[in-house]
Design a binder for this molecule. Structure first.
Ligand code: ATP
Length: 444
């Protein structure tokens, strides 16, 4: 984990938040490569679950909503974790994270648990008065429930159909930490899938298999996660089935994603508290009823964290110094290669263009190739240091292909394309380069 955190900082994936002011505990900023990763995750999720399906529609709702929403949803009264505080060192822990009444920090005695509401409070308007209290949303889900009628009326969808949203959520977590695993602001990708009650089991299974497919495509090996069925005692009273998809992180097995059958709990509450009729009319039978809901939820940062953990590899390389240009190493010594084997769709850069020398005659060709390739993919350009070092730099950020422009390129109008995973090199004509790389990227 430490190696990964330091690589993330060194290569511009993730920086400690507000660093020049000494940081801000458990806040993280995403650098040039981190933001590309996050965007790739969100884009692929949206393409897969909204773009390619006719039955899920997207939405983007406010971060700060009418506080009545959170009263209706039960968050103001119930969205809390039991907290225990050490009487000696005053460290705070989530009661379900510690065993017994001994402080894991100093061995002191823990006080009785207190409920701690996790809603992040703010004030709307100039006066900080009770009347002006509002909350940053702790989940994206309620934005979808309160717009159920709007989406239904404007899209004229029939059941089953879903509403999807990607966006930030805020929780005043008691125990943030483990790098980006638990933070006070994070992004969720969520779907509320509205169904007929009689069909819930079938839809639940479908979404579970969609989530497993997503994990596979994110590069997560099957043995590294567990589908944990939450017992009747532990799950919410309105849910007939909830599963947590738990990942075996270096710091323990913990939640990655969730999938819940929520019945008609949310729409029923909002209908009661708002006075708006949120029922659906079946066009065939004219029956009016509240749809039930299956809710799959993905965290963006936890997706990114597991993608990094799965893709990070260290390999011993046997080097043989040779006179061949484009060589992997410029010495005879064996070295360790750090390579991030991201799935190709996820890699922040798909290609890096590397002129063998900084000489104008090569860099002008390389720059032109870069400009052309940028019309198709995210491309990095690097002309500093030896070619071996530059390959390593690209391996370390997961770039699937390096294109080396050498002096022969000036005569044969071709370049060397080097594969991140096999390190094999191939000579490819500049003319068909974009199509060639497109073809390679399409192969999973
Ligand atoms: P946990 O048990 O880890 O606190 P939760 O059960 O409260 O999680 P949900 O309310 O189900 O989480 O939130 C849905 C998803 O949002 C989670 O599966 C996770 O991917 C993500 N998530 C929740 N809380 C955080 C957080 N504090 N930081 C980062 N991601 C989070």
């Amino acid at each position: 984990m430490d190696k990964l955190i330091s690589l993330c900082k060194r290569r511009g994936f993730i920086f400690p938040g507000s660093e020049i002011y000494g940081g801000f505990a458990n806040s993280w900023d995403y650098g040039p490569l981190g933001v590309e990763l996050k965007n790739n995750i969100k884009k692929e999720w949206w393409r897969r679950f909204v773009g390619l399906r006719g039955d899920v529609l997207g939405i983007d709702t406010a971060l700060v909503m009418n506080p009545k929403v959170w009263e209706a949803s039960g968050h103001i009264s119930n969205f809390s974790d039991p907290l225990v505080e050490c009487k000696k060192c005053h460290s705070r822990f989530r009661a379900d994270h510690v065993e017994g009444s001994v402080c894991p920090n100093c061995g002191g005695e823990l006080a009785a648990p207190k409920q701690f509401n996790m809603m992040l409070k703010t004030f709307i308007g100039p006066a900080e008065e009770t009347a002006n209290v509002a909350y940053f949303r702790p989940e994206t889900a309620q934005g979808m429930f309160v717009n159920f009628k709007n989406v239904l009326d404007t899209s004229r969808k029939r059941l089953p159909f879903g509403i999807a949203q990607i966006g930030k959520s805020f929780r005043n977590e008691i125990t943030p930490g483990n790098f980006i695993f638990r933070t006070r602001e994070f992004e969720q990708m969520e779907i509320e899938y509205f169904i007929k009650e009689s069909e819930w089991e079938m839809h639940f299974e479908n979404w579970l298999s969609e989530m497993k497919k997503w994990l596979k495509d994110l590069g997560v090996k099957e043995g590294n996660y567990v589908v944990h069925d939450i017992s009747a005692e532990e799950r919410a009273h309105y849910s007939k089935r909830t599963v947590d998809i738990e990942y075996r992180y270096p710091f323990g097995q913990k939640e990655l994603y969730g999938l819940a059958y929520r019945g008609d709990f949310d729409l029923k509450n909002h209908m009661e508290k708002s006075g708006e009729d949120l029922r659906y009319t079946d066009p065939e039978t004219n029956e009016r009823f509240l749809p039930h809901v299956i809710e799959p939820t993905w965290g963006v940062e936890r997706s990114l964290l597991v993608a990094l953990l799965e893709a990070y590899h260290e390999e011993k390389i046997k080097n043989k110094k040779s006179k061949i240009k484009n060589e992997e190493s410029d010495s005879d010594e064996d070295d360790t290669r750090v390579v991030i084997r991201f799935p190709k769709w996820l890699a922040p850069y798909k290609v890096a263009v590397l002129p063998l020398s900084k000489k104008e005659e090569l860099s002008s060709v390389a720059e032109k190739i870069t400009t052309d390739l940028r019309k198709h993919f995210a491309v990095d350009y690097d002309e500093t240091q030896s070619i071996g070092k530059r390959y390593r730099r690209q391996d370390e950020i997961g770039t699937p292909y390096c294109v080396t422009v050498d002096f022969d390129s000036l005569n044969d109008q071709a370049v060397t394309v080097r594969d991140r995973d096999t390190m094999k090199q191939e000579r490819v004509a500049i003319k068909g380069l974009a199509e060639y790389i497109q073809g390679c990227l399409a192969v999973v």
